[in-house]
Design a protein around this ligand. Structure first.
Ligand SMILES: *Cc1c(COP(=O)(O)O)cnc(C)c1O
Length: 409
């Protein structure tokens, strides 16, 4: 095939690959949101109840965040104009990091453009060829990419399997480095705090105990726990009472905090070294003032409006309970992330399309994000949903579930 004008198209293979994805029901069309994010949204021109955002507390449209963004833009402009280490380090960035560190009860924190950038930034800085990374099998893609960018070898332990983790750590300490037999400088155990596709919580007390037994460090990625678990949404370390025993905490301000950005919280030395070496930090422009200011406002809301988190959990318990009563399999979820298991991708895709027609926005998650037979509709209720809205969603799930034969009665 040739493009118009008779020139050959070297990217022609993309057409074949797309056709193949479509044949396998693995092609993801992108919907267009025509409204603000919220419990009710307009998607492709249709008003729907959304179960698809990470906007757990409704902070994307919270008046305090919006006002903070507007005020910061008026005073400091639309962009920061440089990377942090050259001329783009503003008072707002520094203030945000001080307040994040205080919030997380750590010595220091450093923000990144996103949670993805935080993971790909921190892992190659703290690990290298003398070290070993030990990673949960279901860790987030950004952790996997961070490990790929590190020179350190890595091993994977079965999902949440603390006994298997202990055995790996024991063997690593006994045998030492594969190349030289020298002891590892650092063994870093990495886990999601809340797993993003299943909504289950990492067994952090067991992981920390195993790491301490073998002198390893622990890194937890709390993207889905920040604003959701722990006092005022401080995350899994707070949830389990493990302050001071987890060395690296990654978080995102893009989910429950309602804005954008990632951070690494830990020791002062960790922050100092990241500023020297973390490539997404060094080579990519810092957040616009509006982002830093609204993230600061989000921390203040977490501290001053804890009823939002209570409402989130009330809605979560209600929605999960009713889905189970209808006969749906919601997997291993323990958090507001509630997967509704579908099995194959064709069912998941069809189910989501039918929900859309019934006024509910809930997206399918298919391979390669989850296993081929693990296709699901992933739902997240928020603090903003009314019981009436949740009931309308449940009615739609029941109706479509009966249609496709996933539930009876
Ligand atoms: C969403 C997510 C990220 C990425 O965060 P962004 O701020 O959206 O880049 C990282 N880790 C986990 C576990 C996530 O769920």
């Amino acid at each position: 095939m040739t493009v118009e004008g008779g020139r050959p198209n070297p990217l022609e293979f993309l057409d074949d690959e797309i056709a193949e994805l479509k044949r396998a029901n693995l092609y993801r069309p992108m919907r267009v949101l025509n409204s603000a994010q919220g419990a009710e949204v307009v998607v492709d021109g249709k008003t729907l109840i959304s179960l698809s955002s990470n906007n757990y507390l409704g902070l994307t449209t919270h008046p305090r965040l919006k006002e903070a963004a507007i005020a910061a833009t008026r005073e400091f402009g639309a962009g920061s104009g440089a990377v942090r280490t050259i001329a783009g380090n503003m008072t707002l960035h520094e203030q945000l990091e001080m307040e994040l560190a205080a919030f997380k009860h750590t010595q220091a924190a450093l923000t990144f453009q996103s949670g993805f950038a935080a993971n790909t930034g921190v892992i190659p800085v703290v690990t290298g060829e003398k070290d070993l990374i030990v990673s949960d099998a279901l860790n987030h893609a950004s952790i996997i990419d961070g490990m790929r960018m590190s020179k350190a070898p890595r091993v994977v332990f079965p999902h949440k399997d603390v006994a298997a983790l202990r055995e790996l750590l024991r063997a690593a300490r006994e045998k030492g480095r594969a190349d030289s037999g020298e002891p590892y400088r650092l063994i870093l155990v990495v886990t999601d705090g809340v797993f993003s596709m299943d909504g289950d919580i990492a067994p952090l007390p067991g992981i920390v105990a195993a790491a301490e037994e073998f002198g390893a460090a622990v890194m937890v990625d709390d993207a889905h726990a920040a604003g959701v678990l722990g006092k005022n949404g401080r995350g899994t370390v707070d949830h389990f009472g493990l302050h001071g025993r987890v060395h690296i905490q990654v978080g995102t301000m893009s989910k429950a905090m309602g804005v954008l950005g990632g951070y690494v919280a830990g020791s002062q030395a960790l922050r100092d070294m990241l500023i020297q070496r973390a490539r997404p930090f060094l080579f990519s422009t810092s957040h616009p003032p509006a982002v830093a200011a609204s993230c600061l406002a989000a921390i203040h809301v977490l501290l001053e409006e804890p009823e939002l988190i209570e409402r989130l959990w009330t809605n979560t318990r209600y929605f999960k309970g009713e889905l189970a009563r209808l006969g749906f399999d919601t997997g291993a979820s323990e958090t507001p992330i509630t997967p509704v298991m579908m099995g194959d991708s064709a069912t998941a895709t069809k189910f989501s399309r039918r929900l859309f027609e019934e006024g509910v926005f809930a997206q399918p998650v298919v391979y390669p994000t989850v296993a081929l037979d693990g296709a699901r509709i992933r739902t997240i209720v928020t603090a903003e949903h009314s019981t009436e809205q949740l009931d309308r969603c449940l009615e739609a799930f029941g109706k479509v579930g009966r249609e496709v034969g996933l539930v009876s009665a």
